[in-house]
Design a protein around this ligand. Sequence first.
Ligand code: NAI
Length: 699
Amino acid sequence: MSTQYQMHGDVAVITLNNPPVNGLGFATRQGITEGLAQANADAAVKAIVITGAGKAFSGGADLREFGTPKALQEPNLLSVILAVENSSKPVVAAVHSVAMGGGLELALGCHYRIAAPGCNVALPEVKLGLIPGAGGTQRLPRVVGVETALNMIVSGEPVKSEILASLPGQKLFDKLAASPETLAEESLALARAVADVRPLPLVRNLPCKHPLGDAYFQFARNTVKAMAKNYPAPAKCVDAVEAATKKKFDDGMVFERELFVNLMLTPECRALRHLFMAERAASKIPDMPADTAQRAIQSIAVIGAGTMGGGIAMNFLNAGIPVKLLETKPEALERGIATIRKNYEGQLKKGKLKQDKYEQRMALLSTTLNYEEIKDADLVIEAVFEEMGVKEAVFKQLDAVMKPGAILASNTSTLNVDQIAAFTQRPQDVVGMHFFSPANVMKLLEVVRGAKTAHDVLATVMGVAKKIKKTAVVSGVCDGFIGNRMIEQYSRQAGFLLEEGCTPAQVDKAVEKFGFAMGPFRMGDLAGNDIGWAIRKRRYVETPNLKYSKTADLLCELGRFGQKTGAGWYDYQAGKRDAIPSQLVVDMIDKHRKDLGITPRKISDEEIVQRLVYSLVNEGAHILEDGIAARASDIDMVYITGYGFPIYRGGPMQYADTVGLFNVAQSMSRFAKNPLDDAEFWKPAPLLARKVAEGKTFN
Ligand code: NAI
């Protein structure tokens, strides 16, 4: 039952009951309208209360219906709200915990509203590239004022009920209950108190004005434009709220609907909705029951207190979980601790962290040089040098000392996790946890599933990721896992672009205009060009026929490793991170072209972007086919959270779907004919070719 109907004396109570958050799916909507009809037909009913069971009043639309015809099936939300408004007996919304999106819109259609304190109230549609579509933009300004409403609608952020209830002149809540526990009783009392009021008050009849009129909306429009340049929805929020102040209520509703429907069709909205679902999908592992038991994780050990070890430790300290850092030398421990302190102190200075929180976190951190002292940790994460020999020694030690059932994780970025697991007698307990640098900041965690990794280990690590607020994506074992395996092809292609005529700055600019946080060369300078160099040296031996541009090697031979050496693809001034185009590098590339007999040509931004993004897409298709990623949307999550791919484009695979896979394949075959590019490189992955032939998409 998605709703319950109960009599409490002369009051009928309709309780939404659609866990987890009483989403307004078809059955729930139907339950509400049926309950209203029943209550209106029953002479014993004097008033009606609508409330929610469990953890919410209502979180809004039911995600399981997202994008399906069911979402629109009558009674749709607009009809439900109309039925509430038209009830001949007063309807009181008793809201608590969560009243968001359609849930809040439903409450706004009620004649009266009572809220429990602590309720999160929001219209978060903008986060999915939309505006509220069931009257939120027309009703909310009428009860909390234009400015408060617009701020809430444009940001999508929740505001606590007690704060809204304290706004001068607000009409959102007729009453704030003393506590969540007394809400039920107080709502019945309110219902009885208003049982005989006629005509019934409707939010739609309230006036809606801003004292500054047009000037205010002009200001709001400018602010929104500056903040949300690649997203159409925020500006439409302004338009919709302005309409509430200028149009008759019903005309405003039609206008809101029009904007909503048009936004629904934009690629940005599709991208945001895709990512919303992708994030949820990523936590599900296809061949594993969702309720797989997790091991308890109460303490962590981190081996290696370098760049990654320190950042990894901070994640757990921030989540209130004790960490013991293990190193080989006291100096290394001291350095590691000093870096963690410096990091936290930076946050203190910026006011992002309070002194007492800082002290609490540092108190959770301890150090050791001795494996005996970490043997009881529930999870140990290794972040030592990237050398198999060093990893072997560490994992043999861990196998010897760690308690049974401890999870042994490696942060390796390139080594074979199965080989690492084989150093132990308990490969089922070994897993990869590939953090991204800086590990305390970057959202992405690639969870590398070894051939023998146990289900409960995987489930536990996914749970741990959630606790430390990471977006975890499962990757199979392969060189580079999902993200770096794809970026290698992207970097190779970037090298070909230089040889053919581009400068690093031109490539970066084109890609940044497309929306990437950083182009490939600025990214190389940040991460260190020596990392790619080391990988290429390996490739030259492993796959001697693979074509590479030598430009990056020439750069590294000059010692230009990037920001850390003060020079890379760009020049850097001491202490600054601004990338200054380097004449020396431009000359170096020129000379290299001359040596190869290449006459440079002008390459359009469009071609640059296509060649780089489609490099990702084609390798992504290989990764899917190989079963390294479970679904295309996992690849999108990796690129959005770990590689600065523009959010409003939804990730490389989603972007390819938007462009059309046929068009992607056409462009690839054109690039393959370019004698200076690499025909082999552009051979479509079999999965891509199949999708094109079948007229299908990745997502
Ligand atoms: P790092 O050189 O900054 O730190 C390594 C630390 O491990 C050093 O403090 C060293 O003293 C310590 N160490 C070495 N051998 C040890 C042993 N036997 N026992 C205990 N401690 C030992 O290196 P970084 O960058 O932190 O990398 C660590 C691991 O993380 C590597 O596997 C690397 O591939 C991986 N990784 C690195 C990323 C990065 O951007 N730096 C990103 C993702 C993964």
